[in-house]
Write a protein that binds this ligand. Structure first.
Ligand SMILES: Nc1nc2c(ncn2[C@@H]2O[C@H](COP(=O)(O)OP(=O)(O)OP(=O)(O)O)[C@@H](O)[C@H]2O)c(=O)[nH]1
Ligand SMILES: [Mg+2]
Length: 364
């Protein structure tokens, strides 16, 4: 148990908090960058960045008091069973026919203010929303106050609509609990199709090996080790990995504690968005890693542009790429991709494109 707690601390890096102002500044820098390159770079290279800027603005504006956690996984892994067990109520049907869950279900542990708008945005139908308000049978639910838990459809579904719905929701939630089971924990679709894609979101990733009761006790450590090895390969080294038993109330203690810690920190939304910005900046980096123009108004524009992106990155790699681009220009290399269309812009495109810092006004 202490090992799990240690990993939890390590993975959530409680000391490395995301500063909301710094995140907003990075988002604003990406927004400025997008404004500057508008029309100069093929749109398809910028879609992800535009999406992140839009989504982040909305998420930050909606509610900082809630943490949206999704239970995601293959069909039959036990997502709905865990959802019901955490809520201590049968809210999402658990069936024998697969797949069972076709649309997301949500349970909110107060406060309710702001939760409806959040769920409108996430797109959970009102009839699939539930509230965990008063303690049942003396249960103390205060530790989960602020949790919005989602039970997702199966991501390996034979139903295409389920897969599309899961992909949409995974783009919006703050933290993902990946639910795997002893039979399918090593399936390729889970690792290459999903977990690997989340390697920039290690801080907001939890993996549970559910149905741990179906393994002989002596086998459990071996399977957990094997799963840990696969997660390392996925780029998810150090994420919390917990065994769970959805059909036994005591089999959820570790997961409940992890969720309590997450909602108390109120960092998951910021960390998720910071991971999104990291991904976007990594994608944009090749656009500034080449040669800037030598002289003239273009130079000033491109300097500002690269500075904006370096600011957005907050990582030395991008700053280095930008610096080396400037160093090399003395050598006369040409071919900075942005430069070709750059001359079409008016002298100071960045300044022209800067929007009022809307995000800065958001109260988070
Ligand atoms: N023994 C055991 N059975 C479990 C556990 N968790 C879930 N089950 C059973 O596994 C089956 C599938 O559970 P669900 O909760 O419906 O699985 P799901 O992931 O929601 O499935 P879909 O909605 O189809 O994606 C049910 O029969 C559950 O009773 C567990 O920890 N131990
Ligand atoms: Mg289900």
């Amino acid at each position: 148990m202490s090992n799990i707690a240690g990993r939890m601390r390590e993975a959530f890096r409680g000391d490395q908090r995301v500063d909301p102002d710094a995140l907003i500044a990075r988002l604003d820098a990406v927004r400025r960058f997008l404004g500057a390159v508008d029309g100069q770079v093929p749109d398809n290279q910028l879609v992800a960045a535009h999406t992140v800027v839009e989504r982040a603005g909305t998420r930050l504006a909606l509610s900082r008091d809630h943490t949206v956690v999704a239970l995601a996984g293959a069909t039959g892994s036990g997502k709905s069973s865990l959802f019901n067990a955490l809520a201590r109520m049968d809210l999402s049907p658990v069936g024998v026919r697969r797949p069972t869950t076709g649309v997301a279900h949500a349970c909110v542990w107060g406060p309710l203010d702001g939760a409806s708008r959040l769920l409108d945005w996430i797109g959970v139908l009102p009839r699939h929303r539930f509230v965990r308000e008063s303690p049942l049978d003396g249960d103390d639910e205060s530790g989960l106050h602020g949790l919005v838990l989602l039970d997702l459809p199966d991501f390996d579904s034979v139903q295409r609509t389920h897969r599309l719905e899961v992909d949409r929701l995974l783009g919006l939630v703050d933290l993902v609990v990946w639910v795997v089971d002893p039979q399918k924990y090593a399936d390729r679709v889970i690792h290459t199709g999903y977990l690997r894609e989340f390697h920039r979101h290690r801080d907001v990733t939890v993996v549970v090996l559910n149905q741990a009761d179906r393994l002989p006790p002596a086998e459990l450590p071996r399977v957990l080790d094997d799963l840990r090895r696969l997660l390392d390969v996925d780029g998810l080294g150090g994420v919390p990995l917990l065994p769970t038993v959805a059909v036994d109330p005591a089999g959820l203690d570790g997961l409940r504690a992890a969720l309590e810690r997450t909602v108390a920190e109120r960092q998951a939304a910021l960390r998720r968005l910071a991971g999104d910005v990291d991904a976007v900046v990594a994608e944009l980096q090749p656009l500034v890693a080449a040669e800037p123009p030598r002289t003239g108004p273009d130079e000033a524009s491109s300097r500002e542009l690269t500075r904006a992106l370096a600011g957005a990155a907050g990582v030395p790699a991008v700053a280095e790429a930008v610096e080396s681009a400037y160093r090399h220009r003395a050598g006369g290399t040409t071919g900075w991709p942005l430069v070709r269309g750059w001359r079409k812009l008016r002298p100071d495109p960045l300044r022209r494109q800067v929007q009022p810092a809307e995000l800065a006004r958001i109260n988070i």
